[in-house]
Design a protein around this ligand. Structure first.
Ligand SMILES: *[C@@H]1O[C@H](CO)[C@@H](O)[C@H](O)[C@H]1NC(C)=O
Ligand SMILES: *[C@@H]1O[C@H](CO)[C@@H](O)[C@H](O)[C@H]1NC(C)=O
Ligand SMILES: *[C@@H]1O[C@H](CO)[C@@H](O)[C@H](O)[C@H]1NC(C)=O
Length: 351
């Protein structure tokens, strides 16, 4: 039987074996290709009807890859604002211009205003921010410590921004804010309303509300979600805060130079911050929030506070941030202070 079959077929030479193998290989390759294309197809279908170009641009929004990532439309800016640093005025501008500039502003409200997220909330927050494409471009803001997105399998981290303030100014502002509120929500009764003790008296009486430990806030905000960050006086926390400030933050401004902060943002990220400068200068609302009944502390109060280790460390972070901010600002116009710095490509080879 087998021999009969052999005789019916032409004799197989090495060349025939080779051609047969080639045939099988080509068929196999074609099949694999087809399957791959089909696997990708459902995504293009999701993009809907119409031209390939439209499909491709929608595809870019649904499944951003390293190659077609749309940096403008996928922009996410995270402003983890420190309380009482003048952040409300900045956020007000963001709300005023969100419709006109077509981006979203979202406030992150954590239970009891806590600054550290629980572990389950960390991962759901990170995934939600990353995947919530309908909100993009977006500006998220909230009183939350720095959270490192790179720990959560995230390919595109948000852009972090922040503002720091002189630590004693911030503490005094917070102290009176709890007692008298501000002109932003004048009728809201604050936690310590009715308490008439001035900050100076509080320092003399060594009360808890003006304890320098209360200044330990900007360091942990920049340091992040590690336990050590929240240990008042920790050298490790200060170092980590400085490292994050330069490595993880796109821009950190200072309360005393809000306009310059807004200016740098508008120049570098116009997709969201376009028009902020003008709005900041011309609208009354942006300068609205002023803590009521604030008494400047006396020299002796200042000296007492400045002797504490916590103030010295917080001030070191502030000075560090300020130096970084001044440096960044200067580079915009150097070397002649008249023209914006330019850059271009040349000597591009091969032609
Ligand atoms: C955060 O949410 C809680 C509960 O819904 C609400 O009571 C609180 O006012 C919110 N906080 C802010 C700052 O809006
Ligand atoms: C993100 O969270 C919000 C609020 O819980 C929800 O409405 C939205 O669908 C979530 N987005 C994604 C992509 O998970
Ligand atoms: C600023 O406030 C004044 C008086 O409250 C008002 O008349 C004016 O229209 C405001 N300007 C802007 C730009 O909102």
């Amino acid at each position: 039987m087998y021999k009969k079959l052999r005789k019916m077929l032409p004799p197989m030479r090495p060349l025939h074996w080779f051609l047969l193998a080639l045939c099988i290989f080509v068929t196999f390759y074609w099949l694999v290709e087809l399957r791959l294309k089909q696997a990708i197809k459902p995504l293009s279908n999701m993009a809907g009807n119409g031209a390939t170009q439209a499909a491709q641009s929608s595809l870019a929004q649904i499944a951003p890859t390293l190659d077609n990532f749309n940096y403008e439309e996928q922009l996410v800016v995270l402003y983890n604002r420190v309380p009482k640093t003048g952040s409300t005025s900045f956020v007000n501008i963001a709300y005023d211009l969100c419709k006109q500039n077509r981006y979203h502003v979202l406030h992150i409200n954590v239970t009891a205003n806590m600054h550290v997220l629980s572990l389950p909330n960390q991962i759901s927050f990170v995934r939600n921010v990353t995947r919530w494409h309908e909100m993009k471009p977006a500006l998220y803001h909230g009183h939350m410590a720095f959270l490192d997105f790179s720990k959560f399998q995230i390919a595109h981290k948000p852009i972090y921004i922040n503002v720091v303030r002189k630590p004693l100014d911030r503490l005094v502002s917070y102290y009176y804010f709890l007692r008298y509120g501000d002109n932003y929500r004048p009728n809201l009764v604050r936690k310590k309303a009715g308490n008439k003790i001035t900050f100076d008296e509080c320092v003399i009486q060594k009360q808890a509300d003006c304890d320098p430990k209360n200044m330990w806030l900007q360091i942990p905000f920049f340091c992040g979600h590690a336990a050590e960050c929240w240990e008042p006086g920790s050298d490790w926390a200060l170092k980590q805060a400085k490292r994050n400030l330069v490595n993880e933050y796109f821009l950190v401004g200072v309360t005393e130079q809000m306009y310059e902060f807004v200016d740098l943002l508008e120049r570098s990220l116009p997709r969201i911050f376009q028009g902020f400068r003008e709005h900041y200068q011309n609208s009354n609302k942006s300068h609205l929030r002023v803590t009521s009944s604030k008494l400047p502390p006396t020299e002796s109060t200042k000296q007492t506070i400045q002797r504490s280790k916590i103030w010295q460390m917080e001030n070191e972070l502030y000075e560090f941030a300020l130096a970084q901010f001044e440096f960044t600002k200067k580079k915009l116009m150097q070397p002649d202070n008249k023209h914006l710095q330019q850059f271009m490509y040349e000597k591009v080879r091969p032609k």
